[in-house]
Design a protein around this ligand. Structure first.
Ligand code: ASP
Length: 310
């Protein structure tokens, strides 16, 4: 049987009434994204295109916190981050604090393929997007009722207590960042991640999702990884690259490596952490320390979606 496979996530974090109420829509969204990515692989497409296709689907789905439906920052604006990495050659692309770009992960891919840089941010990233005619949308496209309500609630609380949302309150945040890892028929792996960041964060905040080695990492000799959870903790743990390193230096398999990084190396981290990973043999890992992680997988061994711990 041909070894191709894909794993996706739609964010790790606390449970909420909203998630419970929309469980079916989430599962349907995950299935659609899995199918989009898998179709590319089945048609002998590349892993890098499969992860982009899956993430695009999730970015376009307003229920996830990426692209349309992104979290709103304390200034009342949407600023998005994304990254992508090709395990075949370590080529990478990333964008941070971008506005108006319908599919930030596709902009990250364009940075990877068409520039001599890896990471563009802010206005420069937007100007680059315009120069290559990437699809743009007005601010209103990105703002959903659900995210606006979350923003309004946080704003009220912040005004009432006359202070900013503190680190201790981080657990109240919902996470719906999206990501994908895939293995193609040529034996190449890739990873991609895209996010609207965290609710009511400071203007200009950059989380883990756009950072190569933290939000995304892919190396054919080890694995492809995409992460989600509390960026401030994921960055300290350099999570995606750590999973790859544990495989490389301890000869652990991909699942052991993902477990080690979340539950041993970072056992004292107080933030939510989730990882998905795949290796060249189509072994996969899905690990999280949070109440739930939206996820889906499709490999020759089977397919499925899930939200809560089994
Ligand atoms: N990791 C993302 C960030 O901190 C949020 C998430 O995964 O939901 O920006």
């Amino acid at each position: 049987m041909e070894k191709i496979g894909i794993v996706i996530h739609g964010g790790a974090g606390p449970d909420s009434e909203f998630i419970k109420k929309h469980k079916q829509e989430y599962e349907e969204g995950l299935r659609k994204a899995l199918d989009k990515g898998y179709e590319v692989l089945k048609n002998k497409g590349k892993a890098i295109d499969a992860v982009e296709a899956a993430v695009n689907e999730l970015e376009n789905n307003p229920i996830f916190n990426a692209g349309r439906g992104s979290a709103i920052n304390a200034k009342g604006e949407v600023e998005m981050c994304a990254s992508i990495m090709n395990g075949q050659n370590l080529n990478s692309g990333a964008v941070a604090i971008v506005k108006n770009v319908r599919n930030p992960v596709s902009l990250a891919k364009a940075v990877m393929l068409n520039t001599s840089h890896i990471y563009l941010g802010g206005e420069g990233a937007l100007n680059y997007a315009k120069s290559i005619n990437i699809e743009l949308e007005p601010e209103s496209y990105f703002v959903t009722e659900h995210q606006y309500d979350a923003y309004a609630k946080k704003r009220k609380e912040a005004y009432a207590s006359n202070r900013h949302i503190a680190m201790e309150q981080i657990h109240e945040r919902s996470h719906g960042t999206v990501g994908a890892v895939a293995l193609d028929h040529e034996g190449n792996i890739a990873a991609a991640t895209s996010t609207g960041g965290t609710e009511f964060c400071k203007e200009g905040r950059i989380g883990d999702s756009s950072m190569i080695g933290v939000g995304s990492y892919a190396d054919n000799s080890t694995c492809a990884v995409s992460t989600t959870g509390d960026g401030e903790y994921l960055i300290r743990g350099v999570i995606a690259h750590s999973v790859s390193n544990v495989m490389k230096y301890t000869k652990a398999d991909v699942q052991e490596a993902a477990r080690k990084v979340i539950f041993e190396e970072n056992k004292d981290a107080e933030g939510d952490m989730g990882v998905i990973a795949i290796d060249r043999d189509c072994n996969i890992a899905i690990e999280f320390n949070s109440a739930r992680m939206h996820r889906g997988w499709k490999t020759p061994k089977g397919t499925g979606v899930g939200i809560y711990k089994d």
